[in-house]
Structures are given as C-alpha cells and as structure tokens.
Design a protein around this ligand. Sequence first.
Ligand code: GLY
Length: 322
Amino acid sequence: MTTRRQFLIGAAASVATLSSGSHAFSQGNGRRPLVISTWSHGLASNQKAWDILEQGGRALDAVEQGVQVAEADPEVSSVGYGGRPDREGHVTLDSCIMDEKGNAGSVAFLQNFKHPIAVARKVMEETPHVMIVGQGARQFALSQGFREEDLLTEESRKEWQHWLKTAEYSPWKPANDPNHDTISMLAVDQAGDLSGSCTTSGLAYKMHGRVGDSPIIGAALFVDNDVGAACATGVGEEVMKTVGSFLIVELMRQGMSAKEACREGVLRIVKKNPDWKNTQVGYLALGRNGDVGAYAIHPGFQYAVHDGQQNLLLDADNYLEE
Ligand code: GLY
C-alpha cells in the first residue's frame, strides 16, 4: 500500500494519516464544494479556487482563476510565466477549459501571454469555435485586450542555454521532478456543477510547434455534469493516443469509481506502449458525487484536494508498485 504524504495549507487544517483504502475523498461522500488539481503547485491554486467556491462562486470561475496562480508563478517551470521553452527557446503554451454545460474552449501554441487559460475561456464564450492556435490565437488574444509579455525568465533562459550544451531530449525523467508538469484542475461548486481547466508550457525542450494533450478536449480534460470530470498530466502523446480523460469519464458513467477509472486509463497506455517504463502519465478524476480518484504509471504523481477543511497533497497509487 502506498504511503500518503500530506501537506497542509491554512491554519484551520488538521493533520491525519490516510491510507489508500480509507481515503475520505474516495468514498464519494457528496461533500461540496470541492476542488482538486495536479502536483504540489495545485495547493496554492486550490486555495484561490476555494476562495471563489466558498463564496458560492461558479466552478468555472474557480478553475479559471485557480490555475492562473500557477501560470503567474515563475517558480512553476512547466506552466505559463517561467515555463521551460521549446528547444529553440520559445515558451509555447497549451490550455483548455470546460464548463458544466459541455462548453469548451482551447488555445494551443500560444506565445507571450501569461494566462492562456483566460484566452481559452474567451474562445469558449466569445467565438463559435472550440480551439484557436498559433498566430490566430495571438490575434484573438490581442483583440480581447490581453497584453503580450516575455515569459522566459532569467532562470529558464539559463537552464535552456545549459540544456543546449547536450540537447538531449528526455520528456520524462524517472526521478519525477515534482514541479515538472501541467496543472489540471477539477471543481464542483455549491450548486453541484462541475468544471475543469488545464494549462501548461508543455514538455521542456520539445520540438518547435509541438502541441501536447493539454489543449485537447477529451485528452487532457473532459467534463460531463451528469457523471464527473477527469484530467491528465504527464507525457501528452500517450494521453492523446488513448483519449484518456474522455475514457475515464465514460468508465465512471458505466459504474467505475474515480480511482478505478483512472487506473483503467493508465492500463490502456501500459498495454499499448512497450516503452511505458520510460513514460509517466497521471490521471485525476472527480465524480459528481464527490468521489475523488487518481492513478499514475509510476510513483511520484501527487495531487492536491481542497474541501474547505483541508488542502492536502496526496500521493497517487501507481501501476509500477501494484
Ligand atoms: N501534459 C503536457 C504535455 O504533454 O505537454
């Protein structure tokens, strides 16, 4: 059984040791509102989302504003400002959002805008389209009043220049840098409505023009208000090939728990990919009944859960240690 490490934000929070079988959130206790997100950078983002949910705000606003905390943080080297660039030194951003009505918006290969998630929401709400990419996304963002800025920090520029000395591409290192990937967030609000968001600068030192799973509705994110929501982190190519988040929501519709569905999503990748030992993908899901589940290929994937009493960072169970 995996040991769960917990970290807390907020003075009112209390510490408890949870085992995977007795995890309070995995029982579908119907608690709401609730927000969950990927990795340790999810803790601060959850807190922002919670501030909105607590006041009766819409899950859509919570997931948009929540992930903006990670997008703006230069210490988060896989999202927005300070995100690691592609191999040519360009920070290119992928992001998507989905609401309780099944509306969706997405941007890909967007450069020089700190908050791609906000642009994705504008695509959803202000255009007849779901996805806008590259130069068209730039024009659209400018037309909506977003301001261009350089997202490469001194630190990320230095790291990229250091990487250029060997230029060895390694999308995932088994050491599992805890700060290495996408923030995906799912929330249920007081009204019981679900929404989700996903935003990333993508895999560090990817080919110029590479787009991952993060802006792809059904791959990195899917929300069905009648069933639940799912999201992904890790090597996006594997998530795209198995349409992971849509698969997980459909499995939940058929009766699987959030964790069982995430595990099945991971198994699809493991079965198809002979190189799965060198690939990390983590899934996170939220049933409309409050059931929270997560699963990854390898150990190291963490997710943050905020239910108003606690903002916990938990270790996901994984295939390698089954
Ligand atoms: N999951 C992020 C990416 O593959 O770009």
